[in-house]
Design a binder for this molecule. Sequence first.
Ligand code: PRX
Length: 652
Amino acid sequence: MSTQIAHVLEETRSFPPPPEFQRRARVQSREQYEEMYRRSVEDPDGFWGDIAQEFHWFKRWDRVLNPDNAPFFKWFEGGLTNISYNCLDRHLQGERRTKRAIIWEGEPGDTRTLTYEELHQEVCQFANCLKQLGLKKGDRVAIYMPMIPELPVAMLACARIGAVHSVIFGGFSANAIVDRVHDFQACMIITADGGWRRGHVVELKKAVDEALPKCPSVKNVVVVHRTAQDVTMEPGRDHWWHALMKDASPDCPAEELDAEHPLYILYTSGSTGKPKGILHTTGGYLVGTAATSKYVFDLRDEDVYWCTADIGWVTGHSYIVYGILAIGGTSLMYEGAPNHPHPGRFWEIIDKYQVNVFYTAPTAIRAFAKWGEKWPQQYSLESLRLLGTVGEPINPEAWIWYYKNIGRERCPIVDTWWQTETGMIMITTLPGAAPAKPGSAGLPFFGVDPAIVSEDGEEVDAGHSGLLVVRRPWPAMLRTLYGDDERFQEVYWSKYEQQGWYFTGDGAFRDQNGYFMIIGRIDDVINVSGHRLGTMEIESALVSSPLVAEAAVVGYPHDMKGQGICAFVSVPEGVDVHESDKEVLREHVAHEIGAIAKPDVIRFTEALPKTRSGKIMRRLLRDIAAGKDSHQDTTTLEDFSVLARLRESEES
Ligand code: PRX
């Protein structure tokens, strides 16, 4: 931890916004930012209320924030609205009616553009299909789809009728679908025959078929025809999207929903074996994601904006779909891999569609850097005016590479810190307001009150690390964990219960300028390529194999992925393991969770090193994982008992 702090503190380079960017920016100086920030925290109801007024309410709220039943905060109580209406119908009156809402490019090169009017029509039609299949307000729907326009259409159609969607990332396995569908009792799954990834078909319907026998709550499956390979369709249960849409009416008024009506559930990893169903609701989420889209990306009506995340993660929910469409932006979606058919594909797309604002992840930037400057050099990239990153700390080298090779030293970079739980960007330096510092997320967004505190809640001095908390509620905050209010209180609110602060699970520090730097998770969650994985989830997947007696999973620094996954595995007595069993176990984890959870390194050991009281010595394992060549090729069972004895006093 301390070396990283030293590394970032030593980073003295700072990049002021280019004057031409600053002149047009919504917030043009640190003073203006401070002024607006002050108002946002001195009068949060006034601040958020003003932003909310820009949107459509069937009935205005009675109260902006109701903190009476903390931590079950309510926003815009008494208000009636609909986020699908705000993302679509609201734009149909003026010029935005014929503006592009979604520009889409498939991996094979096929393209599609939907104007606001067209998107509205398709969403209304699909909402009618959902109703026809018996879906009602409050029903839950699982969405397991590739990055195709039908995915946001499905989300917006659910939101239109008040059904609650839960998007399951297409890289997750059938078992992950079962766990999630079971947890939120979905009555429908919307999927596709497949999606394209690196020239291959990812067979989504097949995974759904594998999951369905264990999902008795699911009565209907809707399937988009995308990749055209053979799929099994069970009559009465499975329906082709296009067949349903053929006769669907385009007339479907949006339901008038309570501001606190559930919008979606999105599962994310925590420190236990069971993913948490983060619940977001309607009114506050609309206001929070729209406000951040407007100020952080400084979006203009003429901009083409591209976020490269998959909609299976929160970034796609907030900043491909809801926040961007709520403010009438043009959102570009791309289906496939960044290096297919060549490593310049992203830059080709930027030139082709004249993308102005580009938002991606540090792990992708590190991959681009590895593939080499020659790829972006073949493209003009002149349309770009702002870059962003999200998902994990960005190392200053990657930041500089991005700044030089993609931004051509003329685009500010916004490093945005937030979480599935926060729903919206919480910390970032607004692009026209103040200099960006590589490796630092920067300053709090309006109305957000983060602090770095010690275990017992004292604020720590600049330059010292501590735990990142948020001291007041914000509109896009999670409302609970689906079906588990107790775990919600325990995970996020019990640590600083007295103070009433939200605990983020991240370690961070602040520099003399008030900039926040995020160090990373302090719990048993690892961040692999910007994706959160719980070590316990991977451990439970491993121990379900007959080759494994016990397993301990730790993260270790990885050049490309940020963190890699290292699994220490002890084998049951009498079982003989071979080098090839490592691949068997990796595949086993892919089958249980998904390919993203495959351990990079598996080490067979005599026994897991434990303290006298029986606790696995994780710190020791982290050190071992960080210190050794990850490609060592040994089938001899390693013995960590001597190291464990040396460490005993330290870890117990
Ligand atoms: O550790 C932080 C890291 O990602 C975690 C949240 O992960 P998730 O809920 O999957 O959401 C990712 C996309 C919003 C945080 O607790 N993280 C996210 N953004 C940053 C970051 N770490 C450092 N810098 C960031 N900009």
